[in-house]
Design a protein around this ligand. Sequence first.
Ligand code: CAA
Length: 445
Amino acid sequence: MTAVGIDAMEIWTGKLKLDLAETFAPAQGDDPGKYTKGLGLHASSFPDVYEDIVTMAANAAHRLMERKGLEPADIGRIDVATESSFDNSKPVSTYVAGCLEQVYDGDFHHANKGERKFACIAGTQSLDDAYNWIRAGRNRGRAAIVIATDTALYARDDPGEATQGAGAVAMLVDEDPSLVELSTEQGFGSADETDFLKPNQQFPSVDGKRSVNVYLARMREALDDFASQVGDIHPDDYPLIPFHTPFPGMVRKAAALGYRHIIRGTDVEDLVAEEIGHQPMREDFESDDAFRDAIREYTDALTETERYQDWYADTIDPTLEISREVGNWYTGSVHIARAAGLKHAREHGRELDGKQLLVASYGSGAQAEVHAETVVPGWEEEIAQLNIDEQNRKRYNLSFEEYEQIHDVHNHDTNADVEEFTAPDSEFVFDGWGRMGERKYRYVE
Ligand code: CAA
């Protein structure tokens, strides 16, 4: 069976930066440690005045096509995943195709386009769709472009405000990929939840504390479902585990749950049992509450062990390196976690050819997906092309007053007239409104 997977990816960050410790915390009267240590975030990215989900998506896709030497005729599918869409009918992918057609001779008239919505998990679902499309033989030799793009804004003074972020990830899904091969091994955990939603409104209604527990509950279900498909799993099977990362502190909790789960019944559980005992079993407790307390105690003790801390440092921490600097990109978040993990591995000479990643996606509302991917030879050259560090360094550092202005600029209910903070350079920009309320875009040389 020919391998199908992610052949290449590009990341485009919003060009503005809000420093959480130096700028946000003092304005909120908070200890910076709440953000840098508690949430694990240092900064958020925001779009400049001329940027939005379309420009970020189109710019990432353009760079992807240029780097891979592609023409529109090579692409049979453009899927955009977003939870920041501004139109209930016309998909963002049509705007993206329209942008790209300004700079290529050909067009995308024969490409299937769509928009996927299921909160942050929609980017992974779009990858699944592209994989299925190629596997089904409907691609006519063409590749798919999957883009996850979001401007993750919360209402001012919402507890989620510190976790905002904006950016796009464009991925080329093709046969014989150069980065990772996708597989049929998947597990799902899905339930009708009201943890985070946007009922016809721009900013989310969030029950923040509950959303954390829903994330963990659905992730536990997805891991169970995944294990039921693949049989016994062991921590040594997966050198990197990229999680959906609304903020790194969330992944700290999810990783502890995941580790406890995947060591169960393995030699690793026996080894840590010498220090902290075996995992509590439900049948040994009279009530669910007592069992839950015992699990919490066991997990706390587990995360204190050297074995866990070494595993976390190797398997989880590298996946958080980009998120820490850019915040939550919703649909793109798990994909920048994968990129960060691979980038770190390349920079530290880790040998990953043929090794598996366990990718743990999540979307509020709510659904988790856990799937395995195989890193393919050539991944180092591919991942070396990312220039996200340079983009992050070049961001304009907002003062708190400027942050307030830019929040208003991107608030659909306000009409803020603010000068741009950076100058566009060889990229698509927002260019005002058309006669039917559509957004217009142009390419700036
Ligand atoms: N030094 C060190 N740590 C500190 C600290 C300090 N000075 N002050 C606080 N902390 C710690 C807290 O102990 C806490 O850590 P633990 O959770 O490990 O105990 C952490 O910093 C955060 O502090 P609070 O819980 O007090 O923060 P908060 O209540 O103001 O906000 C939140 C936290 C509710 C998660 C909020 O950020 C939020 O609503 N976020 C949006 C929703 C979200 O991201 N949910 C995640 C799951 S849903 C999902 O993943 C989908 C998605 O993308 C949105």
